[in-house]
Design a protein around this ligand. Structure first.
Ligand code: HEC
Length: 203
């Protein structure tokens, strides 16, 4: 919390309070009761904000989605996440070929964030709400189905390593919905992540 309080987004303090209300078991319905002074009740916003705050906490502090989905760059102290492109996936320009056979090593990763290994090359997706290149056109159900089945939108191609969907599939519906709700609130960034290179299975 101390670290979060230093982030430039002032809204976080409010969001954190909403999250605390949620984990401490405050019923969202309590917020739908009219205030004692007769003021109009705020019906949807506090409830939605609690989910968004929970999603931010999961994405940022627990599951580290940005560790793979935010591109890297060289900063003053070496490689670092490019926060100006937060969660927007591997930049469109980063097309790389699969690594050649490399002794005991199983995989490689490039600074902007492509992963190469026996599966070919995978590029962490754009998770921002951009309609054309991110999750903007996805439904909540498609998102949940993706993380539960390890297939694109629940029925497309299998998702390549190292996307940790086998762990994420164990999250509750409420947590997956919260993550999706939070991802809807981050800035949309147009970035068409390169298509993966899918290697032939080993003989
Ligand atoms: C260890 C790295 C890693 C982490 C951590 C990670 N991802 Fe991924 N993710 C990937 C890679 C690589 C791909 C692309 C896989 C492919 O193209 O088959 C991907 C793809 C996706 C996709 C797109 C799937 C599709 O069908 O288009 C979604 C959605 C996604 N990740 C969500 C998340 C979320 C949400 C989190 C955090 C809760 C997360 N990822 C954390 C590596 C990661």
């Amino acid at each position: 919390m101390r670290r979060s309080a230093n982030t430039p987004r002032g809204a976080w303090a409010f969001a954190a309070a909403a999250a605390i209300a949620m984990v401490s078991g405050t019923s969202p319905h309590a917020q739908q009761k009219p205030a004692a002074d007769g003021a109009k009740p705020a019906v949807t916003r506090p409830v939605a904000s609690a989910a968004v705050a929970r999603g931010k906490y999961l994405v940022t502090n627990v599951a580290d989605c940005g560790g793979c989905h935010t591109p890297g760059k060289i900063g003053p102290n070496g490689p670092e996440a490019d926060e100006s492109r937060r969660l927007s996936g591997v930049p469109a320009s980063e097309k790389v070929s699969p690594p050649a056979g490399s002794g005991p090593w199983l995989g490689h990763f490039s600074l902007p964030g492509a992963f190469g290994g026996p599966w070919g090359v995978s590029y962490p997706a754009n998770l921002t709400p951009d309609k054309e290149t991110g999750l903007g056109g996805w439904t909540e159900q498609q998102f949940i189905d993706t993380l539960r089945t390890g297939r694109h939108q629940g029925r497309g191609r299998e998702i390549l390593p190292p996307m940790p969907w086998r762990a994420f599939r164990n999250m509750t519906d409420a947590d997956l919905k919260a993550i999706f709700a939070y991802l809807r609130t981050i800035p949309a960034i147009s970035n068409k992540v390169p298509d993966p290179v899918i290697a032939a299975p080993p003989k």
